[in-house]
Ligand binder design. Structure first.
Ligand code: SAH
Length: 234
C-alpha cells in the first residue's frame, strides 16, 4: 500500500462517505490507497468517555482535551511514522493544489478532525500538527474538510485518474483558472460553440484557450497572477 490515510474523528461513520464512490471509491477498493479511522473517544479514560471540557479563561463552547487527543495520535502515528500530521482548522494555511500535490507524492497523511471550539493548543504544539484550512468559512467539524483534502489528493495518486481527466490542464496547475469547455451539439438554444474550437487548428485553439484562461484569471482571481513568478509545482 503506497498511500495510507488515517483519520482521527468523533464521527468515523462519516468515512469513507463520498470517498467510497466514483474515482476515489474505485481506487480504494483496488487498494491504490487505504483509509483507516480512529475513534478519538476510545482514548478517553473516564466512565463517561469525555473528550472535551470547558475553555480555560471562560467563554462559550467546549475544547477538545490535549491528553485524550494525544493518546489517539500516539496510537495512530508512532514516533517513526513519516506521514505528516494534519489538523483541519480554519486557522491553518489555506489548502492549495501545490500542497495537495506534495501530499500525493508522500506515503500518506494523519488527519485530526476538530469539533466544538477546536482543540487544546498544547497538543497542536506537542505533536507537531500542521493546521490546514479549506477556506475562509466555519464548518461544524473537521470531517468535511478532511473529505475535501483526501478527495483532492487521491485523484492525483498513480493510476487513479484515467484518461477521463487530465491532471495537467486543470485550474491552478499552471497558476491560472481553466478555460471554458464546450461539447456537442454545435449550437444549443441559439448559442454556437466558439468557431476556433471547430477549426481543427491546434495552435490557434491552444492560443484561444490560453487567452481565455488569462482573461478569467485576471477578472476573478488576480491574486493567482501575482503568485505566478514562483514555480507552482514542487
Ligand atoms: N472556534 C473555531 C472554529 C471551530 S469549528 C474558530 O473560530 O476558529 C470546529 C472544527 O471544525 C475545527 O476545530 C476544525 O477542525 C473544523 N473546521 C471548521 N472550519 C474549517 C475550515 N474552514 N477548514 C478546516 N477545518 C475547519
Amino acid at each position: 500500500m503506497n498511500f495510507r490515510a488515517t483519520v482521527l474523528t468523533l464521527y468515523p461513520e462519516m468515512f469513507p462517505g463520498p470517498l467510497g464512490v466514483s474515482l476515489a471509491g474505485r481506487a480504494l477498493s483496488e487498494g491504490k490507497w487505504s483509509l483507516e479511522t480512529v475513534q478519538i473517544r476510545d482514548f478517553a479514560t473516564d466512565r463517561h468517555r469525555t473528550v472535551d471540557d470547558t475553555p480555560a479563561g471562560g467563554g462559550a463552547g467546549m475544547v477538545m482535551r490535549a491528553d485524550v487527543l494525544a493518546r489517539a495520535i500516539d496510537h495512530a502515528s508512532p514516533a517513526d511514522d513519516v506521514r505528516p500530521r494534519l489538523l483541519m482548522s480554519p486557522r491553518g494555511l489555506p489548502l492549495t493544489q501545490r500542497r495537495v500535490r506534495q501530499l500525493a507524492g508522500g506515503q500518506g497523511v494523519i488527519i485530526v478532525c476538530g469539533r466544538f471550539e477546536g482543540v487544546d493548543q498544547r497538543v497542536i504544539e506537542a505533536r507537531g500538527l500542521e493546521e490546514v484550512s479549506v477556506g475562509d468559512y466555519i464548518l461544524s467539524g473537521g470531517e468535511p474538510a478532511a473529505l475535501v483534502l483526501l478527495d483532492a489528493v487521491v485523484r492525483l495518486l498513480p493510476g487513479v485518474m484515467g484518461n477521463e481527466m487530465s491532471g495537467e490542464e486543470e485550474s491552478f496547475e499552471k497558476g491560472l483558472l481553466e478555460h471554458p469547455h464546450y461539447t456537442r451539439p454545435p449550437e444549443w438554444e441559439g448559442r454556437p460553440i466558439p468557431e476556433v474550437l471547430l477549426s481543427g487548428n491546434h495552435a490557434k485553439i491552444a492560443a484561444w484557450r490560453r487567452g481565455e484562461a488569462e482573461r478569467l484569471t485576471a477578472a476573478r482571481r488576480p491574486d493567482l497572477l501575482e503568485d505566478r513568478d514562483q514555480p507552482f509545482e514542487k
